[in-house]
Design a protein around this ligand. Structure first.
Ligand SMILES: [Cu+2]
Length: 273
């Protein structure tokens, strides 16, 4: 099953990704077993209650308590799944890497139709942002008068992370609900206006010239299809070099996000009936 799915799934370059893949594999096996069981049961029932044997329908229904007990069994299994698997998994997912793990923190501000990436810079503190300061040249509304903002780097559609170092990404949005997705990291989180949702993971391989996508996994408007960025996982030295090249005079990408004219949808002409 793993080999079969690997043909269709993106590769996994994160520390936790194999667990997500295991879950997908188990779910496929479970669905396969259910499919075989219910198909066999369906065929059995078709044969067992065929019209030639029972020309007249019975209106009394089932008289044993078999179905009641089986439903109680299903409820017990679901409680076990929730208490023994889901809650511990949620606890692990929601506890962020500690300071000792030295995580790199990045803010992602989604907009129609781009990903703004905000790095805190060498001081490790994000500069203040204010929605009122948002303009075409200041996509995240960074307050440049704030001392913490001096060394901040804002990039467009370029997410640089360090290999083997935990990353905490604060996902938010300026306009509508988007969904921040890194397929090769097995990470996906809705970007919701007004909310800061932190997610965390650890990349375990450098990009090595591959193209790793940052995609929007939530239909968010006409330009949704081109809302994609690029993920780079660098060595520590390469990341430092990239940061050093990001001076205010030489931003990562032009601040203005060129938006091509959207072609209005053509009304569908239907032939009258
Ligand atoms: Cu989007």
């Amino acid at each position: 099953m793993r080999e079969l799915l690997a043909r269709y799934m993106p590769p996994d370059y994160s520390a936790h990704g194999y667990e997500v893949d295991n879950l997908i594999i188990w779910t496929h096996w479970l669905m396969f077993v259910l499919f075989v069981f219910w198909s066999a049961y369906f065929l059995y029932v078709l044969y067992r209650f065929r019209a030639s044997r029972y020309p007249k329908a019975s209106y009394r229904g089932m008289e044993s308590h078999w179905s009641t007990w089986s439903e109680a069994g299903v409820a017990v299994v679901e409680v076990i799944l929730l208490a023994a698997f889901s809650i511990p998994a949620w606890y692990r997912w929601s506890s962020r890497p500690t300071r000792e793990a030295n995580p790199v923190e990045v803010r992602i501000v989604a907009e129609q139709f781009a990903w703004n990436v905000h790095y805190a810079g060498p001081d490790g503190v994000f500069g203040r942002t204010d929605l009122k300061l948002v303009s075409s040249t200041n996509p995240i509304g960074l307050d440049v008068s704030d001392p913490y903002a001096k060394d901040d780097v804002v990039a467009l559609n370029q997410l640089h992370l360090e290999v083997n170092r935990p990353a905490i990404i604060h996902v938010t949005s300026k306009d509508v609900i988007h969904s921040f997705k890194l397929p090769v990291m097995r990470v996906e989180q809705d970007a919701i206006p007004g909310m800061d949702v932190p997610i965390h993971f650890t990349p375990v391989r450098t990009t090595n010239g591959d193209r790793w996508e940052v995609v929007c996994a939530q239909l968010c408007g006409l330009g949704h299809y081109r809302m994609r960025g690029q993920l780079f996982v660098d060595s520590k030295e390469d990341l430092q070099k990239w940061f050093a090249s990001q001076t205010p005079e030489n931003p990562a990408t032009p601040a203005a996000n060129p938006v091509p004219e959207a072609t209005p949808a053509q009304p569908v002409t239907t032939t009258g009936s």
